[in-house]
Design a protein around this ligand. Structure first.
Ligand code: SAH
Length: 268
């Protein structure tokens, strides 16, 4: 998978490319990240990529020409056919796990990082195929957002995570990334629920004990406990997430039982 990042700060990405998952995925050839300096596509001596907004107001806006030139050059040079051209923007659709799963099926993605007051609207309307936001807050540039997208997508690429750390039990993971045989709720693939609580040694830390069932060696009981925990904590922490999930009658029963005293949702 190739990520083409168009940015005025290519140096911004050096730390994430030199650590952890992205470093490993790049070294193993699962992903390739190509950084493109937007200023290389300017057409003046000063390598200008921004200008004042028409209609007045503070700040600067990215001009359309360098962005169109950059994307068109990449499209011409690529062999992948059509692929997403993503403009990072707080106004875009929200990045969710399902969106990352969709991108992970692509061969190539272009990520356009804005700065300043944003990007000339003609880029969103006529160049980008997607506008993508990483959350309802405003950053000063698209670089952090692009890094988030690349990390979320790369860890889903086949072979990037070893079996031991496979993503199928992660929070929000949809059925499409769970392995065959784990399609029903109640087995390991949990179809978009939050992850169950995890514990490691010591079994007793300052009097707080690890739940006994996890020490029991009874794998069936552990699976059931984890599934129930995932259900109940999704209901408590993110009740809206449950609305989109296909719950079995057993699941509904678990939720009903848990609603008595301790498991009110934390927010409406
Ligand atoms: N004035 C714009 C914000 C510009 S912020 C507005 O209110 O819509 C500058 C750049 O940071 C944007 O062009 C975008 O690329 C990036 N950015 C800011 N917040 C973001 C978010 N939540 N998700 C993705 N990109 C974001």
């Amino acid at each position: 998978m190739i990520f083409d990042v168009i940015t005025i700060f290519p140096g911004f990405f050096s730390s994430i490319l030199e650590h952890g998952l992205l470093k490993r995925a790049l070294a193993a050839g699962h992903a390739q990240i190509c950084l493109h300096d937007l200023r290389d596509y300017a057409d003046d001596r000063h390598r200008t990529v921004d200008d004042r907004p028409f209609g007045g107001g503070p700040g600067m806006v990215f001009k359309p020409e360098p962005l169109f030139r950059a994307v068109e050059a990449l499209k011409t040079a690529s062999v992948e056919g059509s692929f997403p051209i993503v403009l990072l923007s707080p106004q875009g659709r929200l990045l969710k796990q399902a969106v990352a799963e969709g991108f992970a099926r692509q061969a190539r993605i272009i990520l356009i990082c804005g700065r300043y007051e944003g990007v000339d609207e003609r880029v969103a309307e006529n160049l980008a195929t997607d506008e993508l936001s990483i959350g309802d807050y405003v950053l000063s540039g698209g670089e952090l957002a692009a890094a988030v997208v690349m990390e979320a997508v790369t860890r889903l690429l086949p072979g990037v995570l070893g079996n031991e750390e496979s993503p199928e039990q992660d929070s929000f993971t949809s059925s499409s990334t769970t392995p065959e045989g784990s399609t029903a709720l109640g087995r390991q693939g949990r179809h978009g629920l939050l992850d169950f609580p995890q514990y490691t040694r010591p079994t007793d830390f300052r009097g707080w004990r690890v739940p006994e069932v996890l020490l029991s060696g009874n794998h069936k009981a552990i699976r059931q406990w984890r599934h129930r925990q995932a259900l109940v904590r999704t209901w408590r922490k993110r009740p809206e997430v449950l609305l989109d999930l296909p719950l079995s009658s057993d699941d509904r029963q678990v939720l009903q039982e848990s609603q008595g005293s301790t498991c009110q949702p934390l927010k409406a």
